[in-house]
Design a protein around this ligand. Structure first.
Ligand code: UD1
Ligand code: CA
Length: 450
């Protein structure tokens, strides 16, 4: 069965405020519309027809589409039926058409499958749900429990219709030939003077197409985002469900309402995530990892048994097994920590490699640095990697001991097992096993008594 997804995304979204098209509003690190496109891409033999209008080029620029996607333009936003009409010529013969709204982004593939199966039996399959405060949504009118007669939009509803709690999600599936037959019959005789897609329910009934509703129990996947409050509510619903799915997979999450995943995440069993951490981009986190409060982890790989203390930032980096990081550490720029190494309090590492069991536990900057295995970096050590024009490398081979408050002026190399004395400014290479002391000699002067 061919499945043609028609995604309506031409509106401005004036209720959202701002000039950016509503469907580009950020939800969990991606434009709302992107979530929908990713969901449709999980269907075999699927095609997407994206109906755009307001700032169409901006929408195109920010959205990644799979193969088999058509863009069609709705030049004037005359209503959802008019938007769907623009897609008719792109539908494949005999396909099932699924209408999606760009501002209802979290519908699941499982729910869509049910609608598609129903439409394949020649029904107009409509997705509805109950909402305690239904304002803004189209209300579902039923004369008897098992059939739907029509949908009335809020603006056109009388006061008793406004009391109805069952609402239209906007999402529906129908054979494309039936859609092509019904859409041209929609008129714009309503308060908004728009061509409303919701009218096709009554038209289907009049044309002997059965209307079947799928009433969802959990409404969180069909909430729409028309204003900033609804966008916020959608984000929270998404984050909560993501946290709950992590918990189901064996991850301990301290508080499902204080975890934010803005992108893709994989976390191994028995890991623990304390409150207020944010995960950006694509992150892979191993088993038995402990993440303390307030961390930002972005596009990184964290291996098993790692301990990350509070308020640490890890960006574009790789952390090996049994490493320990923070509190207040910043690891970035493709830095790689090998097994059992530690970067502690107020340590920054950029474009660096830290060998097995090496340690920089306090107040250090490692830039463009390669540490071998079992290197000890004393508190306050700074690599001076930048001369104002270029960046240079620092190398400390296996077993090097760097005294506290050393400045390593790059390019510089400390040979295997060498030492630097505390407070040294190291400007020359140090050979293996040597102790380098680069500081003014202490003189103690007698003071004259007054
Ligand atoms: C719509 C439904 C309403 C439903 C609600 C669910 C209609 C008439 N109403 O109302 O029954 O309860 O969604 O969230 O369908 N769009 C276009 N071109 C247009 C108009 C809209 O592409 O000319 C797009 C918008 O960009 C948006 C989607 O269609 O992504 C829905 O439009 P919107 O104005 O948000 O409809 P609602 O008032 O929310
Ligand atoms: Ca809407």
């Amino acid at each position: 069965m061919n499945i043609d997804f028609v995604i309506l995304a031409a509106g401005q979204g004036t209720r959202m405020g701002g000039d950016s098209p509503k469907v580009l509003a950020n939800l969990a690190g991606q434009p709302m519309l992107q979530h929908l496109i990713n969901t449709t891409n999980s269907f075999k033999k699927s095609k997407r027809i994206l109906v755009v209008g307001y700032k169409a080029n901006e929408v195109k620029k920010h959205i990644k589409t799979p193969k088999n996607t058509d863009w069609v333009k709705q030049n004037k936003q005359l209503g959802t039926a008019h938007a769907a009409k623009q897609a008719l010529s792109s539908l494949r013969k005999g396909s099932v058409a699924v209408i999606l709204y760009g501002d209802v982004p979290l519908v699941s593939a499982a729910t869509l499958k049910k609608l598609i199966n129903s439409a394949n039996q020649n029904n107009l399959a409509l997705l509805t749900f109950n909402k305690d405060n239904p304002s803004g949504y189209g209300r579902i009118l039923r004369k008897n429990k098992n059939t739907i007669d029509s949908i009335v939009e809020e603006k056109d509803a009388n006061s008793s219709q406004r009391e109805i709690r069952e609402v239209n999600s906007g999402i529906m599936a129908i054979k494309s030939n039936s859609l092509a037959k019904l859409i041209p019959m929609v008129k714009n005789k309503n308060v908004a003077k728009e061509f409303l897609l919701t009218d096709i329910v009554e038209l289907a009934n009049n044309n002997k197409i059965k209307v079947k509703a799928l009433l969802l129990k959990d409404s969180s996947e069909v909430l729409g985002a028309n204003n900033l409050q609804e966008l916020h509510d959608l984000e929270r619903a998404y984050q909560r469900s993501l946290a709950e799915s992590l918990i189901r997979s064996g991850v301990k999450v301290a508080d499902s309402s204080r975890l934010d995943v803005r992108g893709e995440i994989e976390v191994g069993r028995d890991s623990f995530i304390d409150v207020n951490s944010v995960f950006e981009g694509t992150n892979r986190i191993g088993r038995r990892v402990s993440i303390a409060p307030g961390c930002l982890i972005s596009n990184s790989i964290i291996d098993n048994d790692v301990v990350i203390h509070a308020n640490s930032v890890i960006e574009d980096s790789m952390v090996g097994r049994e490493c320990e990081i923070g509190p207040f550490a910043r690891i970035r720029g493709g830095t790689e920590l090998q097994r059992g190494s530690e970067l502690g309090n107020f340590v920054e590492a950029n474009r660096s490699k830290v060998g097995k069991s090496s340690k920089a536990k306090h107040l250090t900057y490692l830039g463009d640095t390669t540490l071998g295995n079992k290197v000890n970096v004393g508190a306050g050590t700074i690599t001076c990697n930048y001369d104002g024009e270029k960046k240079y490398k620092t190398v400390a081979e296996d077993g090097v001991f760097i005294g506290s408050n050393s400045s390593l002026v790059a390019p510089v190399k400390l040979g295997k097992g060498s030492y630097t004395g505390a407070g040294s400014v190291i400007t020359k290479n140090v050979d293996s096993g040597e102790l380098a002391v680069g500081r003014g000699k202490q003189v103690n002067l007698k003071r004259k008594k007054k």
